[in-house]
Design a protein around this ligand. Structure first.
Ligand SMILES: C[S@@+](CC[C@H](N)C(=O)[O-])C[C@H]1O[C@@H](n2cnc3c(N)ncnc32)[C@H](O)[C@@H]1O
Length: 241
């Protein structure tokens, strides 16, 4: 069953009046390679350790500094008010984005339910009207994902979609085809870990199913008009023209 953490209050205007974006020149403040702070949260981050759990003191995020700096470059100076993330894990990205770029809403979906610790952290941080975590949704169920997005955002276009979910090519492609049209012109569709079958020692290297085919001209590559695809280390993004 889907878990909804409070209704989003997105209607009426595109600005989030409650919070201001944080200055990327000052924040986040790093303490070594795997810990940093934003004004409201302390994060523990890694791209390899999936065992961390968000609790009342620390937010777990599956990113490293390099990836977060790519997000800084992708979002800085742009209007990022409505954001969809596929694969929220421990809620690190919705909390990071809420604190750094003050979006109006982050809607985040995952096959797993958000933990009680994560739910109470969102509530205690007064972010329930900004962050909505919807668990129990399979990435392959694009009809359901579209209906959730339609329900929350209506006709308002999205500014950014992040797919950090299954990383399997069929699901990645299906979501791209189902969701890319929700972006506004200039909106960004980000696919993380697109190249994982090429990483050294990756256990899945024998499969041809990864999202790394995404930005190539494979015959079954997504056919959507009006986008340019770019590849950065560890992620690919498509800009809606
Ligand atoms: C790499 S983690 C996401 C990390 C998170 N975005 C972050 O930056 O901390 C992948 C997430 O996708 C979810 N996931 C994997 N396959 C899925 C599927 N088919 N449908 C829905 N969620 C899925 C997992 O439950 C997991 O939480």
């Amino acid at each position: 069953m889907a878990y909804h953490l409070g209704p989003l209050t997105h209607k009426g205007g595109r600005m989030n009046c409650g919070y201001q974006p944080t200055n990327w020149g000052e924040w986040p403040k790093w303490n070594g390679d795997s810990e940093f702070r934003t004004p409201r949260f302390k994060f523990s981050c890694s791209t390899t350790d999936y065992s961390g759990k968000t609790n009342s003191d620390v937010v777990t995020l599956l990113k490293n500094r390099e990836l977060l700096e790519i997000y800084r470059d992708l979002t800085i100076g742009d209007q990022m008010q409505l954001i969809l993330e596929l694969g929220f894990f421990q809620g690190g990205m919705p909390l990071f984005l809420a604190d750094m770029i003050a979006p109006k809403n982050v809607l985040a979906i995952d096959g797993c339910q958000p933990s009680d610790h994560l739910k109470s952290l969102v509530e205690r941080s007064h972010l329930s009207s900004i962050i909505e975590l919807v668990g129990g949704v399979d990435q392959a169920d694009t009809r359901k994902i579209r209906s959730i997005v339609d329900d929350r955002f209506g006709a308002e276009p999205l500014d950014m979609i992040i797919d950090d979910c299954s990383h399997w090519y069929p699901q990645t492609k299906a979501c791209f085809e189902a969701l890319f049209g929700y972006l506004r012109p200039g909106g960004k569709y980000i696919i993380e870990d697109w190249g994982w079958t090429h990483w050294p020692s990756a256990p899945w290297q024998t499969t041809a199913q990864s999202a790394n085919r995404f930005t190539r001209n494979d015959e079954d590559c997504p056919r959507t008009e009006n986008f340019v695809a770019k590849e950065a280390p560890h992620l690919a993004f498509c800009l809606r023209l």
